[in-house]
Design a protein around this ligand. Structure first.
Ligand code: DC
Length: 233
């Protein structure tokens, strides 16, 4: 029996566009591994906060990079992320991380440190990885690249509800400003900014529900597996 061909799928896009929801659904369906690259930037940020070395970035953080071990463990029930052996899956979602993660992710040495590990994780194919520079820098050879976007008001509402489920009732305007600021920092930084790879397919899910966006993305996966080249849409 022929061994099924596995591909890598790179999903990039703005904050709170539902990248991880789509990536996890695809990974479950295809029996691929899901890698949340943003969680790795969050884990480095958590390390910096805990070690009180956020005052003089990047100089304060650089000597610590050799002491940061990040492990991502994927199971169908969800991803777990470990920082030096400790499960920090919940801790990296706290609002104080949100405020600092974009500045931390502008540091070129942090990007190199993490993208080296991310490339390694995808070496055997069969990976769905989401982030900001996956299709452009981390996995430029990914067979399928998806660039996700959604209306800012809709993203704000989604993030508000997500935080509410975690017991955090934040002001919507504060959430919106944080999203805008992160989008700005992520897309204007000089090192590997968020941008659409020329061959990426654009998925605007402003008016799509989870099932619809999954079905659209899955049709792209099937086309890719059937050998149809990706094209700009
Ligand atoms: O996907 P997320 O919101 O958890 O990502 C957190 C931050 O990490 C985001 O503001 C930008 C940064 N990031 C990045 O610079 N490159 C990636 N590949 C993934 C995330």
């Amino acid at each position: 029996m022929a061994v099924p061909k596995k591909i890598n799928i790179a999903i990039d896009g703005y904050s709170a566009c539902g990248k991880s929801t789509l990536a996890q659904a695809l990974a479950r369906h295809l029996k691929y591994k899901y890698i949340d690259s943003g969680a790795m930037y969050r884990a480095v940020t958590l390390y910096a906060i805990r070690h009180k070395i956020t005052g003089d970035l990047p100089a304060s953080l650089l000597p610590h990079l050799d002491h940061i071990q990040i492990d991502c463990v994927w199971s169908e029930s969800g991803n777990k992320i470990y920082l030096n052996g400790e499960d920090v899956t919940a801790a990296i979602r706290m609002p104080e991380i949100q405020d600092l993660v974009s500045p931390v992710s502008t540091i070129p040495q942090v990007r190199r440190f993490l993208s080296r590990q991310q490339k390694q994780m995808a070496i055997h194919k069969g990976v769905v990885m989401d982030g900001r520079d996956i299709g452009t820098v981390v996995l430029p050879d990914a067979e399928l690249k998806i660039f996700m976007t959604a209306d800012l008001e809709i993203r704000t509402e989604r993030r508000f509800k997500e935080l509410l489920l975690k017991g955090l009732n934040l002001d919507k305007e504060v959430i919106k400003q944080n999203l805008l600021e992160r989008d700005h920092i992520d897309s204007t930084r000089s090192d590997s900014p968020l941008k659409k790879a020329p061959e990426a397919r654009v998925l605007d899910n402003s008016f799509l529900n989870e099932k619809q966006q999954f079905e659209l993305a899955l049709s792209w996966v099937e086309e890719t597996l059937a050998g149809k080249p990706n094209f700009e849409n």
